[in-house]
Write a protein that binds this ligand. Sequence first.
Ligand SMILES: Cc1cc2nc3c(=O)[nH]c(=O)nc-3n(C[C@H](O)[C@H](O)[C@H](O)COP(=O)(O)O)c2cc1C
Length: 388
Amino acid sequence: MNRSHTPDSYAHPALAPFHLGGLQLANRLAVAPMTRVSATPNGIPTPEMADYYAGFAHGGFGLVITEGTYTDTVFSQGYLNQPGLVSEAHVEGWRAVTGAVHAAGARMVAQLMHAGALTQGSHYRSNTAGPSAIRPRGVQMPEYGGRGPWPVPKEMTQEDIAEAVAGFVAAAKNAQAAGFDGVEIHGANGYLLDQFLTDYTNRRTDGYGGSVAGRVRLTAEVTTAVRAAVGPDFCVGVRLSQTKVNDFEYRWPGGAEEAKLIFARLAEAGATYLHVASEGRDWVETARLDGGQTITALAREVSGLPVIANGNMHHTGQGARVIAEGHADLLSIARGALANPDLPKRLAAGTDLEAFDHAMLHPMVHLRNARQWAESRRTAESTVAASA
Ligand SMILES: Cc1cc2nc3c(=O)[nH]c(=O)nc-3n(C[C@H](O)[C@H](O)[C@H](O)COP(=O)(O)O)c2cc1C
């Protein structure tokens, strides 16, 4: 590679270009998937969503990963107003989004998500399904319309599992038709595939449970099936995490040995990249494994694939270190991107970043960033004051 393209010749090493499989990315900065529950009630992406996603591309992000998008009309939907990739209308809606993002110079990947037992709102079903009939830990997320404990899911049959795999495959083909540059299989954060991977949510005694080889089987089967459907050149990422939206403390019980098996299995299944995320915790807190290596560096070594690291990467020193020391190839940024849709441009110009404010987690996309959110809050407050 030309010296002018090496990470250490940039203001921030993540500003260096990168080849992700066959995709040429302008830099190593990705917008992390963020659920915004802003689609129509039947899951069609809106023009506001096209503006929202294109905003990150205009701000210089090389890669934009969508929010978790549901894959079937059975058990996959997790939230009301979540977008889908199931119908022709979904494909049409997403085509406008990918068009806007491409026109602004970024590449775009659709995150394919089956919520499993962590479903708290569905257009299609009132009951939920998971690997075993075990009530999930914690409580539903009020910011996405949930309340109280999660329901106990029905234990999925072999037919239910086959239907879920078919949903991922159909959604991946729909993503291709909608103009996406790739898909990311959501195997993280406590959703269906992670429920199968996790020992305490998966008590199955068939070939999908038991040892880690059994528990990772469904994620691997989905990856193999999606790869076969989309062809050898389409980007197929897999996102994994130890922590979950409803359990920030969980760590893979088998440590580095278990991690090696998982990473190797997914590489063998045909993944293009691994996205090793850190939900609710800093990268440093979840990255260090028993052998002293970081989980992202281990993922790179074992899989031989590009790896995306996540978790407070908008702390620019941390992001720079992760790339410069070879812990990962790319960084994904969620909260920092909400506060700074133009984060890559700011890094290049040496401009300070806007601080993230928890109140920015307002899920709707029409409140796109810190400034718009603050303006809407000021307007709401002055309206209340005026009417008091
Ligand atoms: C508003 C919001 C919505 C999120 N939705 C998703 C999602 O749909 N899929 C997913 O894999 N992760 C989701 N996440 C997790 C982020 O991708 C990321 O892992 C987490 O926020 C940590 O990264 P950060 O420190 O850059 O914020 C979401 C995070 C936020 C803040």
